[in-house]
Design a protein around this ligand. Sequence first.
Ligand code: CTP
Length: 405
Amino acid sequence: MQTLTNKRILLGVSGSIAAYKSAELVRLLRAAGAEVQVVLTRGGAEFITPLTLQALSGRPVHYRHLDPETEAAMGHIELARWADAILVAPASADFLARLAQGRADDLLASICLASETPLAVAPAMNQRMWSQPATRANVELLRRRGVRVFGPASGEQACGEVGEGRMLEPAELVACLGGLFESGVLQGLQVLVSAGPTREPIDPVRFLSNRSSGRMGYALARAAVEAGAAVTLVSGPVALAAPQRLRLVQVETAAEMYEAVMAAAPEADLYIGAAAVADYRPRRRLLDKLKKTATPLTLELEPTADILAAVAALEDGPFTVGFAAETTNVEDYARAKLRDKSLDLVVANRVGGAAGGFEAENNAAVALWAGGRKAFPLQSKDKLARELIRLIAERYHAQDTAQDP
Ligand code: CTP
């Protein structure tokens, strides 16, 4: 289970012999789905090299004190904003003291001071340093300010003494960090979303397409990311900014969308087919521009493959959610799609009227599944997407539980 999917963790490493465990910690954080950005203090760099941490985190390691080069790439304020949580592990006695004083005398301390995201520390020091009244007072003060203190554990220490002050093991720290985040309704699941229109070329300059803006599909993809899923978004041509923290696959035609969706579907736990896929494409794609003549022109069209039905027909395939954009008899047609394409859920909406739908900012919808129905009033596509994701997760988990032996 990926407990930290999509989470951005800033890992601060200060000067303690336990810094050698930070390499394993970075590896486990990434395995749990997190993006990791490491900041080393001068003391930390005495125990582990930036290169090791850079190789494991896949990102440049920041370790100089507010140097112009680092600031130009990603300054301390941006790093503070980037993080969803900051973990200082190991946190030395000196670092805890500086944190308690609110100092900004190196990069890591400045980031901690500039950040409003949850901050956790994993103390690591000799047991006498840990039991000193000064250290205890600092830790108490930090706790009162809302800093989470993970550990320390007791046991044999690097200096040969036995007592409290050992840093928690990397796996324990990853588990503690997971507890900081309220887990989303799709935590750790792989979600595949298709969005936008497709374009079916007639000749090099013309195509057949439709009015889909892609907004609903993009909003669903963002809501799935927020809910903790690892998201792949297969998108037709739209005028929308690429959402963060997901894998975007851009396609143009229905055939390309089919390829991209079918390639990702076997890994997906859920498929949400929000794209307005062309049902027909020109039978012939002209290599040269079609010239105007005085006679009427007939375009011969052939059907495209139904992506949604193909995903729903996969053995061991994902939980499949379809959309039904209708102008009349909305619920009847939608129920027919649910049945005919063997979907797990269908979201129906009226298009072409004042009730939202294509190109609009707002949308109303009704979700249908075997034995159930839920209506959603007209609202922004972002809000509707969050509510739909909540319902989809509920239905997914209900089905999952029903299938458990
Ligand atoms: N869909 C698809 N592949 C196609 C056509 C449609 O995956 N070639 C999916 C859409 O992404 C949507 C659902 O099917 O989730 C319904 O699309 P819609 O155009 O409303 O329905 P159709 O199945 O095309 O039926 P009709 O046009 O007769 O309403």
